[in-house]
Design a binder for this molecule. Sequence first.
Ligand SMILES: *Cc1c(COP(=O)(O)O)cnc(C)c1O
Length: 414
Amino acid sequence: MTLRETQGSGVSVRTADAIRQESEHAAHNYHPLPVVVESGEGAWVTDVDGRRYLDCLAAYSAVNFGHGNPRLVEAAREQLGRITLTSRAFHNDRLAPFVAELAALCGKHMVLPMNTGAEAVETGIKVARAWGYRVKGLAADAANIVVMAGNFHGRTTTIISFSDDPDAHEDFGPYTPGFRMVPYGDSAAVAAAIDEETVAVLVEPIQGEAGILVPPADFLPEVRRITRERNVLLIADEIQSGLGRVGATFACDLVGVVPDLYLLGKALGGGIVPVSAVVGDSDVLGVIRPGQHGSTFGGNPLAAAVGLEVVRMLATGEPQARARLLGARLHERLASLVGRGVVALRGAGLWAGIDIDPSLATGREVCEALMRRGVLAKDTHGSTIRLAPPIVVEEADLDWAVDQLEAVLVELRG
Ligand SMILES: *Cc1c(COP(=O)(O)O)cnc(C)c1O
């Protein structure tokens, strides 16, 4: 963003200065809204000029439990005073309870802790391939993995190799081979893509970055049936959809599906530290032996202490119930906007993808208008915006956010 643009939108000198300095020295791999956040509490953030905004993105669901969640901050603070990093050359006393309780939350036996979501995806790919060679008995380098069109699994070179989003993919080759893409939601295409050398199907149970796309209700159960029948692993990327967002622990729960591997991240770190994990049973995760995979920071005591507290909050079922209840409210309110500036609405729990009538405005323009009214949201793919406030949001605040969207649409429709 140039200075002229920031001045044109009537922002303060402090905000303009911060944006100009960031724009000059931070690589332009994002296009942020012109708001400079200084602090946050619960579902609200405050900018450098003291203006408050309802955070309806929640850092892409990494802040499911709210900014500065007292229980999570306390767990982090206590751990900061003890020890933060040991490396896994030694044991640390926070890792054992974290992995045991996370495995139990997932109904699985074993956890491989990492840091970012992309690392969890990379780890899942490595585990599936090693399982293919060591358990399924495939010839070296023969393994293939079935992935979905429209996927978003992160930004590493292997992951973007199988992205069909040109922005994510183009000019970053040569690409990692071994992936085949099928249309999302098409279980017959999944069945047709699987051959003797397929080790896994990698799927987001709900596609987040693609615009909160919910597949047909029989898709995942069918993929589960097919993968079981063909001795192929089902890997669910629940990095954004998991850990309470959809009104259940996992989006897979909504359709009664249990994958072989869960990929987790984002909210697992409570919005405080990056924490990710691959969770499965020992017949799969057990294929990784000492020295074959790792991370300097993965499983560190600070991450484990915060992750453990996140797991304990989810083990009560309360965040899931709240997301279910508030989500029903949100979707009911949003449904009244369909035909009044909204052309389509999707989602589950406290997670909504809203297609704005493209003749009215782009998603970006709607998000800018919402920002001026005190609501922070993020557009995706042209005219879609998504709402995903922290699960701790108050019902009245949620209603107010929908009121602001309604007002923006009324303005646009003239
Ligand atoms: C965000 C996301 C990732 C990548 O996580 P990072 O922590 O940004 O690397 C992977 N998969 C899904 C579904 C995501 O939403």
